[in-house]
Ligand binder design. Structure first.
Ligand code: COA
Ligand code: MG
Length: 290
């Protein structure tokens, strides 16, 4: 992987599309991406107003390096088509489509997005069962990202999130596997209790273990911890650079396996180390928005 091909999506902050104060504040927060929401956080009576406010903010810009994503209403809802039309004019970096359950849903969204990259919510029970076919639709639809909608998954499955999201883990892993199989990014669901810093940090750590690229957030107070936990640690970076240096030695040029600090290291570990190094360089070079 090269640094050019990596885009950090550690912290992805939602805000209600009609909340002008939040849209303004987002320009000052170190989130890698922001999602201006027209769906669940906007009441039915003010959908049109929120659409106008969010799209005006996107068109006006000012978000620096932050990726700006518009979450539209479901394409079967009363507002979905108008949201897509407004997105075409405002040109966000991506459109996030909720309640996707099949590859056909992705194709339909792509036909309305006219080349704007798509992100999809993985939040219905069917989307988990069909995660593979949804991800496989990526090349033909400009789909780049899965976003877990854990609140909707809990609602529709009647699972209890409970301790360490025990019941949800198989679904989360299914989404990560499908995403990886088709070279998509996968962003974890939100942590609702935004005053609970300890619980939030634990859930970020769990997301890292599950292979998530980052986490969706609901409050500015969650951004810093999320960025830190989803970045390679200093120890990981140092270990990765040691592996790269070891394989660069002339005596190891023709070797497939060597020993570094008493551990077996193969060339697949070199590839992993190179990715950590590339990610660290992007972050060090200031991909973190100011
Ligand atoms: N994005 C950007 N700014 C935000 C924000 C967000 N998600 N949430 C809060 N802020 C801002 C507030 O506007 C306020 O700014 P100010 O200091 O300029 O006044 C500041 O951060 C502190 O906010 P606070 O008073 O602690 O929170 P609140 O009570 O105003 O709002 C929520 C709490 C949960 C309603 C709000 O955080 C929110 O709407 N989150 C996003 C919900 C969402 O988009 N859900 C959809 C996906 S699950
Ligand atoms: Mg949802």
């Amino acid at each position: 992987m090269t640094t050019a091909s990596f885009r950090p999506r550690r912290s992805v902050l939602y805000m209600p599309g009609g909340n002008a104060r939040a849209l303004e504040k987002a320009k000052t927060l170190p989130a890698d991406a922001v999602i201006l929401d027209l769906e669940d956080s906007v009441a039915p009576d003010v959908k049109g107003e929120a659409r106008a406010t969010a799209c005006a903010a996107i068109a006006a810009g000012g978000y620096g390096r932050r990726e700006v994503v518009l979450r539209v209403n479901g394409l079967d809802s009363a507002w979905g088509k108008a949201d897509m039309a407004a997105a075409l004019a405002a040109r966000p970096d991506a459109i996030l489509v909720p309640k996707v359950s099949t590859a056909a849903d992705v194709a339909r969204a792509a036909s309305l997005a006219h080349g704007i990259p798509l992100w999809v919510m993985i939040e219905t029970p069917l989307s988990i069962l069909n995660a593979r076919e949804i991800a496989a639709a990526a090349p033909s639809s400009n789909l780049t990202c899965f976003v877990l909608g854990t609140n909707d998954l809990v609602k529709d499955t009647r699972m209890r999130a409970g301790s360490a999201r025990l019941a949800l883990v198989p679904a989360l892993s299914q989404a990560v596997l499908a995403a990886r199989a088709f070279a998509l990014d996968c962003i974890d669901g939100v942590y609702n209790d935004f005053r609970d810093e300890t619980g939030f940090a634990a859930e970020c750590e769990q997301g890292v273990l599950l292979g998530m690229d980052g986490k969706t957030l609901i409050h500015p107070s969650q951004v810093d911890a999320c960025n830190r936990i989803f970045s390679p640690s200093d120890a990981e970076i140092a270990a990765a650079r040691k592996v790269i240096a070891a394989f660069a030695l002339p005596e190891n040029a023709a070797k497939g396996v060597i020993t570094v600090d008493g551990r077996m290291v193969e060339r697949l570990h070199l590839a992993m180390a190179e990715r950590v190094d590339a990610v660290a360089r992007v972050i060090e070079q200031g991909a973190v928005p100011q």
